[in-house]
Design a protein around this ligand. Structure first.
Ligand code: ZN
Ligand code: ZN
Length: 405
């Protein structure tokens, strides 16, 4: 009989030594008695999640798809995954983008996330959902600053560049064709015109005027990236002959799970940010063991603190995860892997392709006095593995016969 597998991904967990944490990483500096107990019974190692991180930047979607064993050719692109996460049905030939509401001031992008805007942005999405000649532009609001842009019409191509430089206090980039063909050129031109129009429309919205009167930044621009069209891949369940379920609050991760055909478990209070209800997520994952062979559990907030350069908050959130870890229940008869999709070092405020810590619990025997940290994982017996090697390893371990009782 197969042991159920739980893959717990703590987004952006990996980090580098930080002077204000006494030269420790947030994971090393955190007080984590429950993770320590688990680490003492587990094998540790590091994962080089992506084989070809583009310019050193490892995205969450490519990180996850690698961990799930899908090679690069099977990545549909961020836009489609975000759209699936918002439960938008993917239409043939339509183009999807991950979008950020952003703040444009004097021609510069001064805040890429409008301070992670707390108001619902639906009223903004509605006014920039419009028809222009034969093209329909649909905008769907996600959590905080996040949104999805869908473009429906003829002669569209995902082969275009982004307007998001990923930097602040610089002008937005002009969208350019990536291929020398009419569809690519047409899409770039169309998008540049639309984005210009968007900033004019958003500027005057009541929500923005209200924000301005209380000194808050306006959500008056849209940054778009991850242009993609729908594609089909073999489902995770078919690929591995596993009944798989996902426990995730973040829309992208729900989108990835949907793309791979995993069941999505509804979890009360799973928000995909630091306000998420960790206890109910762990309890949901725990009860899913009874009915599924594979549980994908995702926690997002650690990555966000990394992006915001908040190392103390990152450390504290890791401690919070540790505190609720016992809600996962008995892990004796399961294969448990805890890892991350990429590092988000606080001092860099962005993703890096640094190898990330990996813990695998597959037997209950006391090993060395080791902790789940970047340093101890580097010395771990699993060594350094590739992202694509993780699933084969977990499958091998899960076929071990169940112990009695
Ligand atoms: Zn990530
Ligand atoms: Zn991130």
């Amino acid at each position: 009989m197969k042991k159920p597998i739980i893959l717990f991904v703590i987004d952006g967990l990996g980090d580098r030594p930080i002077s204000s944490l006494g030269g420790k990483t947030p994971l090393e500096a955190a007080t984590t008695p429950n993770l320590d107990k688990l680490a003492a019974q587990s094998r540790l190692g590091l994962i080089q999640v992506c084989d070809h991180p583009k310019d050193g930047y490892t995205s969450s979607e490519s990180g996850h798809l690698s961990l799930f064993g899908y090679p690069r050719e099977e990545f549909p692109g961020r836009g489609v995954l975000e759209a699936l996460g918002l439960e938008i049905p993917i239409k043939d030939g339509a183009l999807y983008f991950r979008a950020n509401f952003a703040t444009l001031k004097d021609g510069l992008v001064v805040d890429r996330r409008v301070g992670r805007i707390s108001e619902n942005t639906t009223s903004l999405s509605q006014v920039i959902t419009l028809k222009k000649d034969e093209y329909q532009f649909n905008v769907f609001s996600g959590v905080e600053h996040r949104a999805v842009l869908e473009i429906i019409g003829p002669h569209l191509s995902p082969k275009i560049t982004t307007n998001d430089s990923k930097e602040e206090n610089v002008p937005p980039l002009e969208v350019k064709p990536e291929e020398d063909n009419e569809d690519s050129k047409n899409t770039a031109k169309l998008l540049n015109q639309y984005l210009n129009q968007v900033s004019q429309i958003l500027e005057k919205q009541p929500l923005n005027q209200a924000r301005e009167t209380i000194g808050l930044a306006k959500a008056n621009y849209l940054l778009v990236r991850g242009a993609s069209v729908g594609m089909k891949v073999q489902s995770f369940g078919e690929k591995y002959n596993l009944k798989a379920v996902a426990v995730a609050g973040g829309k992208l991760y729900r989108g990835i799970a949907t793309y791979l055909g995993m069941t999505l478990l509804p979890v009360m209070g799973a928000t995909g940010d630091h306000q998420t209800n960790l206890q109910s997520k762990f309890e949901a994952a725990s009860s899913a063991f009874k009915n599924y062979d594979f549980v994908f559990l995702h926690i997002k907030a650690v990555d966000e603190f990394g992006h915001d350069g908040k190392c103390l908050e990152k450390k504290e959130f890791i401690e919070k995860i540790d505190q609720f870890l016992p809600s996962l229940g008995s892990l004796e008869n399961a294969v448990v892997a805890i890892t991350s999709d990429h590092a988000t070092p606080c001092e860099l405020k962005t993703h890096t392709s640094d190898p990330v810590p990996l813990l695998i619990l597959d037997s209950v025997k006391s090993l060395a006095n080791q902790r789940f940290t970047e340093k101890d994982c580097q010395k771990g017996t699993l060594g350094l593995i590739r992202g694509l090697d993780l699933m084969p390893l977990l499958l091998k371990l899960s076929k071990v016969k169940l112990s009695k009782g």
